[in-house]
Design a protein around this ligand. Structure first.
Ligand code: ADP
Ligand code: MG
Length: 396
């Protein structure tokens, strides 16, 4: 891992920090329903203010498709930030993303003040990573800070392009994400165990392939386990399977065997006679799935086997639920794995939108060492890809 400069490496006195944050919060009728992402950016913003900087923030919100959409303005986030940051001398917003009025507002900003520029995705040049927009953004600050890990897998003007025109460093959230995820991947305390689940094998082939070169054990659950079981010759009934991926699953099983990686698949499953919380259900061994039934969760025998491996691990990374956790009758496997992670004394990391939602819903998030804020970005790191928003930052 190439270590990146961080906000600690800069003398901020009298400087304007241009900070890419992730204020892509859920809104309902103009009200923020969850401000976790704004809170996650506070340590970086506070550090900058305490060290003599003026702070210019930029973020996208929603998918406005390259034009101004009134309901996607950042104004609600500016108001919430002002409440969360009483120590700031001022917290202001702008009507535009770039241009003379925004430049003037950023020039007039005093140390201790915060300016939030309007939604970067209102400008068609953002997602095109257009150089003219990157240059205009660069005029709004003296040093660029990227604290938007969740957007770092996208090469946009505010996440990648702008870093070419200013000194560019990581914020605390970005630093913590990279330390946890890259640290675990590149220099794990062993045994290093990963748990991969979720609906489809095709979404995560790259992840499995990359991890097979690094881990001591790989535990597979969720819908994707069905395709592996099919590849081993089991009859999966009406379970979600990807017939196109059977050959890939076979190749992964061989790769694991060749590398001496312990690859565990479910030995029992919770099956249902319909995709519904009210369906009839039963626990069966994987060789006894009747026609018309489908596997929607891992079974108790599988849970014990996986929990034992997790208990002995020094590093655990988990991505993807073990079953259809959105329906209570099929959430037990996911809950048990979350509990095993919570009880593990090693480094525990969870990445992935649905897995993180499951663990939060179950009230176990505090017991996990690192919960990633970036689903897509964490998956790309697990695939071994370099994130453009990280690559663009200055090396130490
Ligand atoms: P993440 O967002 O954590 O990366 P994914 O998006 O890959 O996870 O997968 C989450 C989805 O997988 C959930 O909606 C869950 O219902 C579904 N899923 C898990 N197990 C099964 C299964 N056995 N059959 C069908 N869908 C499943
Ligand atoms: Mg998902």
């Amino acid at each position: 891992m190439v270590a990146k400069k961080t906000i600690r490496d800069i003398d901020w006195i009298g400087k304007r920090a241009l900070v890419r944050v992730d204020f892509n919060v859920p809104l309902e009728n103009g009200q923020i329903t969850d401000d976790t992402r704004i809170r996650a950016a506070l340590p970086t913003i506070r550090y900058l203010l305490e060290h003599g900087a003026a702070v210019v923030l930029m973020s996208h919100l929603g998918r406005p498709k390259n034009k101004v959409v009134e309901s996607m303005r950042l104004a609600p986030t500016v108001a919430r930030l002002a409440e969360l940051l009483p120590e700031a001398k001022a917290v202001k917003g702008t009507q535009a993303t770039t241009g003379p009025s925004v430049e003037a507002a950023s020039r007039d900003l005093r140390p201790g003040e915060v300016l939030v520029i309007e939604n970067t995705r209102f400008d068609a040049r953002e997602e095109a990573n257009d150089e003219s927009m990157a240059r205009e953004l660069a005029r709004l600050g003296d040093v660029y800070v990227n604290d938007a890990f969740g957007s770092a897998h996208r090469a946009h003007a505010s996440t990648e392009g702008v870093a070419r025109f200013l000194p560019a460093v990581a914020g605390f959230l970005m630093e913590a994400e990279l330390a946890a995820l890259q640290g675990a991947l590149e220099n794990p305390a062993r045994p290093f165990v990963t748990i991969i689940g979720g609906a489809k094998i095709s979404d995560k082939i790259g992840v499995i392939e990359n991890l097979l070169g690094k881990v001591d054990a790989l535990l597979i659950g969720g819908g994707m386990a069905n395709t592996f079981l099919l590849a081993q010759g089991y009859d999966m009934g009406d379970s979600l399977v990807e017939r196109d991926s059977v050959a890939t699953a076979k190749a992964m099983l061989e790769l694991a065997a060749g590398r001496g990686v312990k690859l565990l698949l479910p030995t029992d499953v919770v099956i249902a006679d319909a995709f519904s919380p009210d369906a009839n259900r039963q626990v069966v061994p994987v060789n006894a799935i009747p026609a018309g039934w489908r596997a929607l969760d891992i079974g108790p025998e599988t849970v014990s086997a996986y929990a034992e491996v997790i208990a002995g691990a020094q590093t655990v990374i988990w991505n993807g639920p073990m079953g259809v956790f959105e329906m209570a009758p099929f959430a037990e496997g996911t809950r048990a794995i979350a509990q095993a992670m919570a009880a593990c004394s090693g480094m525990t990391v969870i990445g992935g939108g649905d897995s993180v939602a499951a663990v939060e819903q179950m009230g176990l998030a505090e017991k996990i060492r690192h919960i990633s804020t970036g689903g897509g970005a964490s998956l790309e790191l697990l695939e071994g890809k370099e994130l453009p928003g990280v690559a663009a930052l200055n090396d130490r």
